[in-house]
Design a protein around this ligand. Structure first.
Ligand SMILES: *[C@@H]1O[C@H](CO)[C@@H](O)[C@H](O)[C@H]1NC(C)=O
Ligand SMILES: *[C@@H]1O[C@H](CO)[C@@H](O)[C@H](O)[C@H]1NC(C)=O
Length: 546
């Protein structure tokens, strides 16, 4: 079954009301791809059946999208009279949007696409609610009018930010198009989940401790951090999944696999050794003070990323590369980038090879490309998060705590498939993400849970915290978390209950999931199995109920 037929199926089940006249009203393939990154048509009215679920969902319109389009067609054998009215909650920020068809007219019997232009004034950033009311006169004689109400949440930025967020549909198509394969996969799984979620409460995901109240479309977040309540949700997360599937309690004690022993390291190196002459370096991707990442090939057939160090690297730096670079060796999971080979022929500059088909590259650098922020949609962010959550379920089930989850330690390919990688060379390649707090240890302070920061306690729960920061990075296209907070102050901030604020463009549901990850007490944070279910549910919700 293709992704498309699955989505349409979901909608048919959801159709409820009946409009006697025959009419189709939908978002066409191009529009759904543009707004949500999914290859599907989205019907609000199909053959006269109204999809109330779809109508009730408030679709966020990202800052870079300045026009939205609807497609309709009268199937009644004659044009149907309509009347469109559009209102915005904050006309100073978003004046009344304009249409490229007249406000009153007839729905033609052939397919017609019309667009609604939303131009923010840029006087201040805000989320503006837009209500589009379409009245269709089904029967002129009885004056029987059906009213369809669509709600949208338009994100408006400051004037200068507005200028930078150019809509570039061409670019979008090239970045976004090749990923229908993943969607098919994810949706296949999601159909199974839908059945399950009918039986169990989705209250946990839908109701968060941080539910914002948004008055009059004013943005509730002006700084990059805010105070959050961090009590556990009133429904404990464990109601969600059967307890036999996941452990309900976190062990707060670290359960690190004994991978750092010298004998174990030597065994791994022996198993993985490749001949250096088979490795060909083609381009330098990243360069730190001693660390280097190259794109290259192995055996002339396999594309690889090569991590190595410069000649002047110290012995400590060399052994750190080997140790950290091999920490995920043996993790066989599609969401984990595990080392493919190692060469220590030259002891001063060892090579570590990682598989890198389909233009695999660093996720943080990818997010920082300007083209990326213009094209990645909320749905894709949810999908990436879900892939990484499943990788962490795997890792944790083997007792491995990652300890440095962040976008800099992930890779992404051209189909937007993400993988979790180890943290080797990251301290050197992303120096601003690590800080020393008086001791000689360079740590990812802004990604650390409070107990990891204070007592160096790492666990599945501290990984969950860092994963929340990673999701925040995805939504902000790799902004620095708590940019204005001094690393020395972090402990106070976190203890006082301050957390990262909800980014613009970040749906409430996704932010709620992040906020759970930042619960003060480790036991209150979700496990990755729970995170995966939340993310899948949210994914289902945004793809089905748009
Ligand atoms: C208008 O259409 C609805 C839906 O088909 C129908 O139930 C209702 O009776 C109609 N009203 C009039 C006044 O014809
Ligand atoms: C309105 O604009 C959209 C997008 O630019 C275009 O596809 C459509 O054909 C236009 N419709 C009319 C009736 O001009």
């Amino acid at each position: 079954m293709t992704a498309r037929s699955c989505i349409v199926l979901g909608f048919i089940l959801a159709f409820s009301g009946h409009v006697a006249g025959h009419l189709n009203l939908y978002l066409n393939l191009h529009e759904v791809m543009r707004l949500l990154g999914v290859s599907a048509e989205l019907y609000y009215v199909r053959d006269g059946l109204v999809n109330d679920y779809a109508l009730n969902f408030i679709v966020p319109i990202p800052a870079n999208v300045k026009d939205i389009a609807f497609t309709w067609q009268s199937l009644a054998g004659r044009p149907l009279p309509y009347n469109i009215n559009i209102a915005t909650s904050d006309p100073a920020v978003l004046p009344r949007p304009t249409l490229n068809i007249s406000r009153t007219g007839d729905i033609p019997t052939e397919i017609q696409t019309f667009s609604i232009a939303m131009r923010c004034t840029g006087i201040r950033p805000a989320e503006v609610e837009v209500t589009i009311t379409i009245e269709v006169t089904l029967n002129r004689a009885t004056n029987n009018v059906t009213e369809l109400v669509f709600r949208r949440k338009k994100i408006c930025l400051d004037a200068d930010e507005e200028e930078n967020s150019v809509d570039d549909p061409l670019l979008l198509e090239t970045v976004v198009a090749p990923q229908s394969g993943i969607i098919t996969l994810v949706i296949g799984g999601i159909l199974a989940i839908i059945l399950v979620s009918i039986l169990i409460s989705i209250a946990y995901c839908a109701r968060g401790p941080s539910k914002r109240q948004n008055h009059g479309g004013q943005p509730m977040r002006t700084s990059s951090f805010q105070r959050l309540q961090t009590q556990p949700p009133s429904n404990p997360p464990s109601v969600y999944i059967s307890p036999s599937v996941i452990p309900i309690h976190h062990t707060t004690l670290p359960r690190q696999r004994e991978g750092q022993e010298p004998e174990e390291l030597h065994r791994r190196i022996a198993e993985l050794t490749v001949q250096r002459c088979r490795v060909r370096l083609s381009s330098l991707l990243q360069e730190g003070t001693y660390g280097r990442v190259y794109r290259g090939s192995y055996n002339d057939t396999q594309e690889v990323l090569v991590k190595t160090v410069a000649q002047h690297a110290s012995q400590v730096q060399v052994s750190l590369l080997l140790q950290e670079g091999m920490s995920l060796y043996g993790a066989s999971h599609a969401g984990i980038l595990s080392v493919l080979g190692v060469s220590i022929e030259d002891h001063t500059t060892p090579f570590l090879l990682y598989p890198a088909q389909n233009n695999t590259r660093n996720l943080k650098l990818f997010l920082l490309e300007p083209a990326c922020s213009r094209s990645i949609t909320s749905i894709q962010i949810v999908m990436m998060s879900s892939q990484l959550a499943s990788a962490l379920v795997h890792l944790h089930s083997h007792g491995v705590v990652h300890k440095d989850i962040a976008t800099r330690n992930c890779v992404i390919d051209d189909s937007l498939r993400v993988k979790l990688a180890d943290s080797s060379l990251s301290r050197d390649l992303f120096p601003s993400d690590y800080n020393c707090l008086g001791d000689s240890e360079n740590r990812p302070i802004k990604w650390l849970a409070l107990e990891a920061l204070q007592k160096k306690q790492f666990s599945e729960a501290s990984d969950a915290w860092a994963f929340g920061v990673l999701m925040w990075e995805l939504c902000t296209f790799a902004k620095q978390p708590y940019n204005e907070v001094d690393p020395f102050e972090m402990e106070h901030y976190l203890r006082d209950g301050y957390r990262l604020a909800q980014p613009y463009n970040c749906p409430d549901e996704l932010f709620t999931i992040m906020a759970y990850c930042w619960a003060l007490l480790p036991v209150e944070r979700p496990t990755f199995a729970q995170l995966q279910v939340c993310l899948s549910d949210f994914y289902t919700q945004i793809t089905r109920y748009v």
